[in-house]
Write a protein that binds this ligand. Structure first.
Ligand code: TXA
Ligand code: MG
Length: 338
């Protein structure tokens, strides 16, 4: 459902207006260091219902509650485990979301949590997000500001493009904070039980987390989905994407046999240069640059005229390369590994 997008500058007046809108139960899209979020008062079931509606998001896929810090997280009425305390101390503010158990005093309605007895909390590392949370003085439930199933927006223009329309169906305020620094969403770790469980790779690398809490477990296969969001197809472009999870030189050799005029390419600089295809998105030379360019690149290639399929080359699992690989796997119709 398209909504009317009202833009706000990231200055003091803009932040105050956005904070007032949040307190009044309205929707505010805002920048974080990972991607833009679509925020609403996390204590209001009515406000949060509008988030699900604007995104077309399944009701059983819970939202992340954004807070100003660990004290604000604890004040939601949750069980703050030792692992939660350690990870928040080392990585907040930052691209790490912690899933913790609720107590009977929980201030976040069940609609935010997809009916679960846990809640996801995160303290974003972005000056405008921090100012907005401080000015609003409420916890803010915010999924990524894309339509459900589509790539996450990393600029204000991408948010307007994803959600906007001339419909009278609703309104979203949009705080412009330029391009998101990291470009992929936060890492989600469940710290509600005896062993921390990795629910979603993201902006914070696995090794950094394991240094403080030991090996992260992966969700039990076949068990109940620990992170409902991982059940759904995500980030998918309209044209079929083939991911070549191969050493770049090998991928180049394979791709030489493909129809270069009809395939859009998403790859590191040297691969893009070697192939010289007309429709290509250059992810740069590092995992950091790839993360920052990934979602906008997918959207751009998907709109490129005259293509019938897309190919991505990626096999780097280091640091944020881990999250880039995960997002491409989830966007892909097919993954080539050998
Ligand atoms: O970087 C980010 O995390 C961005 C920015 C805006 O903060 N937000 C974001 O939200 O990516 P969203 O809604 O697109 O993804 C939230 C993920 C989903 O996979 C969801 O299923 C999971 O977190 N999640 C939320 N609450 C959960 C819970 N109680 N238990 C397990 N997983 C949960
Ligand atoms: Mg999302």
């Amino acid at each position: 459902m398209a909504v009317k997008v009202e833009r706000l500058a990231g200055d003091r007046a803009g932040i105050e207006q956005a904070a007032a809108a949040l307190r009044a139960g309205e929707l505010v899209a805002f920048p974080t260091e990972t991607v833009y979020g679509l925020g609403a008062d996390a204590t209001s079931a009515a406000a949060v219902a509008n988030v699900f509606r604007a995104k077309g998001r399944p009701r059983d896929n819970p939202l992340i509650v954004h807070v100003a810090g660990a004290a604000a997280a604890r004040a939601l009425g949750v069980v703050w485990t030792e692992a939660a305390a350690v990870l928040a101390q080392h990585f907040w503010p930052g691209p790490l979301t912690l899933v913790v158990r609720t107590t009977p005093a929980i201030r976040v309605p069940a609609a935010v949590r997809g009916g679960l007895d846990t809640v996801a909390v995160r303290c974003p590392d972005h000056p405008l997000a921090a100012k907005l949370l401080a000015a609003a003085a409420i916890p803010v439930a915010a999924p990524s500001a894309n339509r459900s199933g589509r790539p996450s927006p990393t600029t204000a223009d991408a948010v307007a493009d994803a959600l906007g329309g001339d419909s009278a169906a609703g309104r979203v305020w949009l705080v412009d904070g330029g391009a998101a620094r990291i470009g992929v969403e936060s890492t989600v770790v469940d710290v509600s039980g005896p062993h921390p469980v990795l629910l979603r790779p993201g902006g914070l690398g696995r090794a950094a987390i394991e240094q403080w809490v030991g090996p992260l477990a992966d969700p039990a296969p076949g068990g109940p989905a620990r992170s409902p969001g991982m059940r759904y197809r995500h980030y998918a472009p309209e044209r079929p994407l083939v991911l070549l999870a191969l050493p770049p030189d090998e991928a180049v050799e394979r791709l030489k046999a493909w129809p270069r005029g009809q395939t859009g390419l998403l790859a590191e600089t040297h691969v893009v240069q070697t192939l010289g295809w007309p429709a290509a998105v250059d992810l740069g030379d590092t995992a950091d640059s790839a993360a920052a360019r990934l979602f906008a690149g997918l959207v751009r290639l998907d709109r490129w005229p005259g293509l019938d399929r897309l190919a991505a080359v990626w096999n780097n699992q280091e640091g944020v390369g881990w999250a880039v690989a995960n997002r491409l796997e989830r966007a892909a119709a097919e993954v080539v590994r050998s």
